[in-house]
Design a protein around this ligand. Structure first.
Ligand code: CA
Length: 225
């Protein structure tokens, strides 16, 4: 899941970015509204964490801009200001959640996970398909009850495929969910990643299979014997 973190305090942004990274999110960090707007124009994010007090323009104007363009991406607003007007103002402008600074990293992660439970996606924190179980909180993967060691990106790709089980997931969607803005990405990175994931799942004896739909994307389904 890909997060855009907009926070001008470089130290706090670094700390929060690291915490989100550890929690399994792919994070882009922007320190100004101008950079944030550029990132939002260039990339599809799953969720935005938005500081209200930014040096160039208020974070609220980024939020207003998103909603005026009809973009319904979930936005969690961060603010040191505890005035009820700020909170109500942000919510009225279309914020989905609000967290006061200082906050506990665990609470931010839990709130983001709640925001990301989209309709149509599986709601469970443990995703189970066939003999494959993926715990989206601990990031642990089990096949037939046995832990399987996957790389972080393989786990991220598997989570996405599990959440959209039986539906096509495009290569672009996988790329956007897994790789940050400044990641160097070869043209066949997703093919290679999915190939490795498929191989590991087969070796572990998974009863689900990652299908390639050439030119369209990937689809996870039960393995047909
Ligand atoms: Ca600030």
């Amino acid at each position: 899941m890909r997060v855009l973190l907009i926070e001008d305090n470089v130290r706090l942004a670094g700390f929060v970015g690291l915490g989100l990274d550890k929690a399994g999110f792919t994070v882009d960090v922007m320190h100004t509204a101008a950079d944030a707007q550029a990132a939002l124009g260039a990339t599809r994010y799953d969720v935005v964490v938005l500081d209200i007090g930014l040096p160039d323009v208020s974070g609220l104007s980024i939020l207003t801009g998103l909603r005026e363009r009809g973009d319904s991406i979930p936005v969690l607003v961060l603010s040191a200001r505890d005035g009820i007007e700020d909170r109500v103002g942000a919510l009225n402008r279309g914020a989905d959640d609000y967290l006061l600074k200082p906050f506990a990293m665990e609470e931010l992660v839990a709130r983001l996970r709640a925001l990301l439970r989209r309709p149509g996606d599986s709601l469970d924190s443990v995703l189970v398909r066939g003999n494959v179980a993926f715990d989206s909180t601990t990031r642990e993967v089990r096949v037939g009850g046995e832990p399987v060691s996957l790389s972080r990106r393989e786990r991220d790709a598997l989570e996405l495929l599990l959440r959209r089980f039986g539906k096509v997931v495009t290569k672009d969607a996988i790329e956007a969910a897994i790789y940050a803005f400044d990641d160097e990405l070869s043209s066949n990175a997703i093919e290679v990643l999915i190939h490795r994931l498929r191989k590991r799942m087969m070796q572990a004896g998974a009863t689900v299979h990652v299908h390639t739909l050439r030119g369209v994307g990937y689809l996870l389904s039960d393995r047909v014997p």
